[in-house]
Design a protein around this ligand. Structure first.
Ligand code: ADP
Ligand code: 5GP
Length: 203
């Protein structure tokens, strides 16, 4: 299954996904390609594949991306290889912006989409400041973007308000586990059980 986690910059997507990945070994992260510079603490191949604009363009021209978008002035893309290869072996989780979520949903109809909201603008501003990655004008732009993105919450299957981190991470995990319990996802596991009951007849 494909799980798409989206929401405004700074709402806590990567923190939440990190928590859930640490708890669930059966979930894999779709590593995006980006043209932005690597930040301190990030590892190439784990957080992103860092590529230059020419390499990104070549991949796009060769149709290697399931989707790509310009976010805050940089290119970000989900390669088909990440989603399809990792998705084949189990469940894969994507961290993409709202444009990306819409494109993934169009391409992979069964993808499950989760929108993460910060509880209030003041909290989002505080988190962006605390993260220490953006200049004041960049923070203003992210807040203005957030206001627009939040209006699109109806496009998503699930909503998580990231107020208390533990609770929000538990909700994201519950969404994933809940999806796995749905009948279509369970059909394959159920087949031998059904067969054994049928074979047993009335005994
Ligand atoms: P995103 O991936 O959505 O851009 P991050 O995961 O980088 O957001 O989170 C932005 C900042 O907010 C980080 O410094 C992170 O540690 C902090 N943060 C995330 N969730 C919470 C939370 N529930 N409570 C307090 N701080 C949080
Ligand atoms: P950051 O640079 O802070 O890691 O990410 C900035 C934004 O880009 C976030 O909203 C994140 O979800 C989004 N993003 C990361 N990877 C992708 C991707 O492959 N495609 C799209 N559309 N957005 C992405």
């Amino acid at each position: 299954m494909i799980f798409v986690v989206s929401g405004p910059s700074g709402c806590g997507k990567s923190t939440l996904i990190g928590r859930v990945l640490a708890r669930r070994r059966d979930l894999r992260f779709s590593v995006s390609h980006t043209t932005r510079a690597r930040r301190k603490g990030e590892r190439a191949g784990r957080d992103y594949f860092f590529v230059d604009p020419a390499a990104f363009e070549r991949m796009a021209a060769r149709g290697r991306f399931a989707e790509w978008a310009v976010v805050h002035g940089h290119r970000y893309g989900t390669s088909k290889a990440e989603v399809e290869v990792k998705g084949r072996g189990g469940d894969v989780v994507l961290d993409v912006d709202v444009q990306g979520a819409r494109s993934i949903r169009a391409l992979y109809k069964d993808a499950v989409t989760v929108f993460v909201l910060p509880p209030r603008p003041a909290v989002l501003r505080r988190r962006l400041i605390a993260r220490g990655l953006d200049a004041p004008d960049a923070i203003r732009a992210r807040l203005a973007n957030a206001r627009r993105e939040i209006e699109r919450y109806r496009e998503f299957d699930y909503l998580v308000v990231n107020d208390d981190l533990e609770r929000a991470a538990a909700e994201l995990e519950a969404i994933i586990v809940g999806q796995r319990c749905r009948r279509p996802a369970r059909e394959a596991a159920l087949a031998p059980i059904l067969r054994s009951f049928r074979a047993a007849g009335g005994r």
